[in-house]
Design a protein around this ligand. Structure first.
Ligand code: NAD
Ligand code: MG
Length: 380
């Protein structure tokens, strides 16, 4: 029996990870959960699931018989490293997942990682922590899971390129001018996946695909020049690997995150899953397009950041996180998101990220620069 800790259990991925645990009662048991917001949802989750340990960011006044309820950042890091835990599902959103990731890897856990921001920002530190211990990283993000699976069909030196697919988001067919007035409600309506609101917005701006290019580079130690993005609006092909003999391996399934979550938890085994079988005859029009970098500059910026290295990926992510907050608060427009990320990157003095402190300082600087961007322009 494998003991599982779900960090970010009230979120979209966290709730689906719970479904996976419940669907495999002979393989997985829920040891711990953590959350940061939605107190009520968290408390009803604890009541229904009865984990041993539950961690909330702030103190909660309540009685949870049989459940050890703890609070604050240290309690979260302790849960990630708890000796009873075998698998940590990292479903926290944003750079806030970086410290729990390092804590889990140092303690030698298998981390089923949905969070991409921590990989993008953590860079070499995550790599070093992995190299030093027994921890393992198994991707949950559907595209990375697809690449991970396709990469099992050949040697690394036989791989020509990684091909990430992108749905293109809800505005794939809109002209750039039409994007100016997009509202938060429109931006989070994803055509093929149901996800948390930050990643839904990132899919609309293509920041998500930019983050995924960097995530793939980190996970598979692969240069940006050989990571390609293809727009594929149907989200049936989750990504592909092109080999040097011109063979392309693709990973296909219905769009259901419970599948890659489960694979990261059970690998190298495969078990029956909650995802319904793919009926390819229901998808007669699978289409692929090269992305228009001019219309969605977020993607080009990600490639540039990967090339520059140092703190640029951290600033790309931190500026985007802050811009998303301001967009949801009605203080920035849709196109201001990429403009503010560009503003922050243009002003950031790049330097190596040798420590966690360096990363957190670059992240704070990026957020400050986006606030400066907001202050120096007028938005109606
Ligand atoms: P979500 O917003 O639905 O849930 C986030 C969870 O993290 C919640 O439980 C929240 O309480 C917790 N959290 C938020 N801020 C925190 C903090 N500062 N400290 C501790 N906990 C915090 O997000 P989601 O859509 O489930 O996405 C989670 C992560 O998985 C993101 O990094 C996202 O990019 C990635 N991801 C999501 C999907 C998806 O389908 N939703 C797919 C691929 C990758
Ligand atoms: Mg993805």
């Amino acid at each position: 029996m494998k003991q599982v800790a779900i960090l970010g259990s009230t979120g979209s991925i966290g709730r689906q990870a719970l479904d996976v645990v419940r669907a495999h009662p002979d393989t997985f048991a829920l040891y711990g959960v953590s959350a940061h917001s939605s107190e009520e949802a968290f408390l009803s989750q604890i009541e229904a699931e009865r984990p041993h340990l539950a961690v909330f960011s702030r103190p909660l006044c309540c009685d949870t018989p049989g459940v050890d309820l703890r609070f604050g950042e240290q309690a979260l890091l302790d849960l990630a490293a708890d000796p009873h835990v075998d698998v940590v599902v990292l479903a926290i959103s944003g750079i806030a997942a970086l410290k729990p990731l390092l804590s889990a890897l140092k303690a030698g856990k298998r981390v089923a990682i949905a969070n991409k921001e921590s990989l993008v920002c953590g860079g070499d530190i995550v790599k070093e922590t992995l190299a030093q211990g027994r921890g393992e990283l198994l991707p949950v993000d559907s595209e990375q899971s697809a690449l991970f699976q396709c990469l099992q069909n050949g040697r690394r030196d036989e791989v020509e390129k990684l091909i990430l697919t992108a749905s293109g988001g809800p505005f794939f067919r809109r002209k750039r001018e039409e994007l100016r007035r997009i509202t938060p409600d429109e931006a989070v309506k994803h055509p093929t996946w149901s996800m948390g609101r930050k990643i839904s917005l990132d899919s609309a701006t293509l920041m998500n695909k930019g983050l995924e290019v960097m995530e793939a580079a980190r996970l598979f130690d692969f240069p940006g020049e050989r990571i390609e993005v293809l727009i594929h609006p149907q989200s049936v092909v989750h990504s592909m690997v092109a080999y040097r003999d011109s063979t392309v391996m693709a990973n296909l399934s219905t769009a259901d995150m419970r599948l890659p979550i489960q694979y990261a938890m059970t690998w190298p085994e495969r078990s029956p899953s909650l995802a319904s079988p793919l009926k390819l005859w229901e998808h007669p029009d699978l289409t692929f397009y090269r992305p228009d970098m001019g219309r969605f500059p977020a993607l080009q910026m990600a490639y540039d950041c990967l090339k520059s290295g140092g703190g640029c990926p951290v600033v790309y992510n931190g500026a985007n996180e802050r811009a998303a907050e301001l967009f949801f608060a009605g203080r920035l427009g849709f196109l201001d998101i990429e403009d503010s990320v560009k503003f922050a990157l243009d002003r950031f003095c790049n330097r190596p990220m040798g420590s966690l402190e360096d990363i957190l300082a670059a992240d704070a600087e990026a957020r400050r620069l986006v606030d400066e961007f907001e202050n120096t322009r007028s938005w109606i």
